[in-house]
Ligand binder design. Structure first.
Ligand SMILES: [Ca+2]
Ligand SMILES: [Ca+2]
Length: 257
């Protein structure tokens, strides 16, 4: 009889432990599929700090318009009231002239001066989290801006694929190695480039506490790179969200690439 009670107690403890752990998992793991994501092109959203406007000119569609990270902080309640549970913001890295959209990187390691700085991005993330809003950062790993300083750096002469237009979009090698819209195409097959990009990505997560990346131009980068990036991030941040962009007219292809 005593033995049977011991077994009963043992199973009860097992059930209790299972319930506690599954409860933890439910409260800490983000259900990304149920998020309502609000997309923000930071420069075009809201001007929260006029001291960083510099060459901003709202009457010129190709110029910076003055929006910044402080502007998003100022409007978090507005975003929350819309029902959004996450924001996806355009790339924050320092861009070359005219890169108000963020996709023409000049320096991957700092925030563009028109938008704020790393501390401001962390402040945005912290304040968004206070309101239960996740932050997804747009990241470009495929290319730099047209005038990257790396192009004239002899130490980085093998960091780019050979200059070539993409003509045949059915040729995957051409799609991966060609210069999309003439943008200098990074060679992720070079271990130095791979390491740089992954270290850079990890730094942004470590320093700011963001919750996810929206990965730009996924079909233009070898899958091996995405696997390595994903594994490295997930090892340290299992709940980190990765959303890839594939610009094609055929929805079926989104699953194939
Ligand atoms: Ca501004
Ligand atoms: Ca490429």
């Amino acid at each position: 009889m005593l033995k049977r009670h011991r077994y009963t107690a043992f199973f009860l403890i097992l059930i209790l432990v299972s319930v506690v752990f599954s409860g933890c998992a439910q409260t800490t793991k983000t259900d990304w599929e149920s998020q309502v994501i609000y997309f923000i092109m930071t420069d075009r959203f809201y001007n929260g700090d006029t001291t960083n406007d510099m060459d901003a000119n709202p009457s010129d569609p190709k110029a910076y318009h003055g929006g910044d990270l402080q502007g998003i902080i100022d409007k978090l309640d507005y975003i929350k009231d819309l029902g959004a549970t996450a924001i996806w913001i355009t790339p924050v890295v320092d861009n070359e002239e005219g890169g108000y959209h963020g996709y023409w990187a000049y320096d991957f390691e700092r925030v563009d001066e028109h938008l704020g700085d790393t501390a401001k991005l962390k402040e945005l993330t912290d304040k968004a989290h206070d309101k239960d809003i996740k932050v997804i950062l747009d990241m470009v790993f495929n290319h730099t801006g047209y005038n990257s300083p790396w192009l004239s750096d002899p130490a980085k002469s093998d960091w780019f694929n050979e200059k070539m237009d993409i003509v045949n979009y059915n040729n995957q090698e051409e799609v991966e190695k060609g210069w999309l819209s003439g943008l200098p195409d990074l060679n992720q097959s070079n271990p130095d480039v791979e390491k740089y990009l992954i270290d850079m990505a990890m730094s942004w997560i470590d320093e700011t506490g963001i919750d996810g990346f929206r990965l730009d131009t996924v079909r233009h980068v070898p899958k091996e790179f995405w696997t390595k990036l994903s594994q490295t991030i997930k090892q340290k941040y299992p709940d980190f969200f990765l959303l890839g962009e594939v610009w094609v007219n055929d929805p079926e292809q989104c699953y194939r690439v």
